[in-house]
Design a protein around this ligand. Structure first.
Ligand SMILES: [Zn+2]
Length: 485
């Protein structure tokens, strides 16, 4: 890369970082104006350059229409029309698939300007998402201006940074999957300031421990299950990160972060754990609050609508059935009211940290992994906390997974912490007590399986709750409708 290109990247990054300093209370009007301007630009760009959106938006006044006037976009529709969705006619799905099939292309911009990735398909068919270089820079800048404590050194003058931060990402081996994209395309201009090491949960445990002990990272980002794995290694003394005194923050992504897990990680490592909620289609959707729990929505970069099963808005404090995501910063593949079946609850209160951006209080995982039971002829959601509350009673449990295997039938897999043993009978009695306390005694057929390890799926993630049985029958009361995928 030439000096001029590097200088222009540096300028773009520094400008973006500066603009992304979190608004304080009273400064939100500016953010709203910015969002409105970017929203109109996105609509006009999509209608002008994407044949798919040109057809969809025919007859709409894009200067004045409301967000709710626009049709919802499903993943199936997007993928069936992908070539037409792109705003650059040079982009073709088949070429992108060929490009991503060759691992030598990891970290290479396609046609010099596009970063493609694909989702794992563990939630149905895989989606392909193409971001342009500006979108990658925006995601990166948002993370560092809003998500990490590093901002106090990184801002306002990027060049003043003297001690480079060391960041570890522990997910899976580099590939074209979304969480890798961020690191594959880590802006070159930022590399002198932030040293990155990428580890995989599939690496040998001894190698992970050796590399981490040597590197002594300032930040660790990973799937919740990967961070839990590190906590167990730290507890046995194999990892020495707390003693090293360099670690400042951990960030969990891609999987929900239960409160008990966050508390355990914080106790083990002595640092704050943030959780960010984002997806391939909108990587800069939110940034984990660096002080409190939850994740701040980047409302100048994206719009998140929390809705019920009929697409009606759901107020803060109430869990929705799904969300509709609009990405305001990636113009090459417009994502407008894109439907994702995440159960999201927005906080009804502003966050105590002083950042005025709205707070995502919780993300309860994908609706199709919701557990459910039939009781007195009615279908009801079964919240995973009835199991989690029981598991707190056994300090020897390392990892767990709850599977719905049939109608009112569940299997709880539990793995002990290193050097400890578990009793299936003991765990079963703890869970039975918890179920009894919830008024579910005798309703559930429960099987306990003691395993060595809960294996991640082929995307490297561990799902705490997995529904192997399927959604409930179609004749269900309205309060349970949201479990249908
Ligand atoms: Zn906050």
């Amino acid at each position: 890369m030439g000096i001029a290109a590097l200088a222009s990247e540096l300028l773009e990054l520094a400008t973006k970082l500066h603009r992304l300093i979190p608004p304080r209370p009273g400064e939100t009007q500016k953010v709203e104006q910015l969002r409105e301007r970017r929203f109109r630009e996105l609509l006009k760009h999509a209608a002008a350059k994407s044949p798919f959106y040109q057809r969809r938006f025919a007859g709409l006044d894009l200067e004045t229409c409301a967000l709710s006037d626009l049709p919802v976009l499903t993943k199936a529709e997007m993928m069936a029309n992908l070539d037409d969705v792109f705003t650059d006619r040079a982009l073709k799905r088949v070429d992108l698939e060929n490009f991503m099939a060759d691992h030598a292309n990891i970290g290479v911009y396609y046609q010099g300007k596009y970063a493609p990735c694909h989702t794992s398909g563990s939630q149905g068919q895989p989606a392909i998402v193409v971001q342009d270089k500006h979108a990658i820079f925006t995601s990166f800048a948002a993370q560092f201006a809003r998500g990490n404590k590093i901002k106090r050194r990184f801002l306002p003058h990027i060049g003043r940074l003297v001690n480079p931060a060391r960041m570890v990402v522990i997910t899976q081996r580099p590939g074209f999957y979304p969480s890798s994209t961020f690191f594959n395309y880590f802006p070159r201009v930022a590399r002198p300031y932030i040293e990155v090491q990428q580890l995989s949960v599939f690496d040998p445990p001894d190698e992970i421990a050796r590399r981490l002990n040597e590197f002594q990272p300032t930040f660790i980002t990973g799937y919740t299950s990967s961070l839990e794995y590190l906590a167990r290694e730290e507890e046995t003394g194999k990892l020495q990160l707390k003693a090293g005194g360099k670690l400042e923050q951990m960030n969990s992504m891609s999987e929900p972060l239960p409160e008990a897990t966050a508390a355990r990680l914080e106790k083990t490592f002595g640092v704050h754990v943030t959780n960010s909620y984002s997806m391939a289609e909108c990587m800069a959707l939110s940034c984990g609050c660096p002080v409190r729990r939850g994740s701040h929505l980047n409302t100048d970069l994206a719009i998140l609508e929390v809705v019920d099963s009929e697409y009606r808005p759901v107020p803060p404090g109430t869990p929705g059935s799904k969300v509709l995501v609009t990405n305001l910063y990636n113009l090459v593949q417009p994502i407008i009211r894109y439907e994702i079946d995440d159960i999201v609850t927005m906080s009804p209160e502003p966050c105590g940290c002083g950042n005025a951006l709205p707070l995502v209080a919780s993300v309860a995982g994908r609706a199709k992994d919701q557990l459910w039971i039939e009781m007195d002829g009615r279908v009801r959601d079964l919240p995973i906390y009835v199991f989690l509350a029981a598991l707190d009673g056994d300090p020897n449990i390392g990892e767990h997974q709850v599977l719905q295997t049939g109608l009112n039938a569940f299997r709880l897999c539990a793995a002990p912490q290193p050097g400890k043993t578990l009793s299936a009978e003991h765990i079963k009695s703890l869970v039975q007590d918890s179920l009894q306390a919830e008024g579910l005694g005798g309703v559930i057929d429960l099987e306990i399986e003691i395993v060595d390890r809960i294996l991640p799926d082929n995307a490297g993630k561990v799902r705490r709750a997995k529904n192997l049985f399927g959604p409930p029958p179609s004749e269900i009361p309205p309060n349970a409708e949201r479990v249908i995928a």
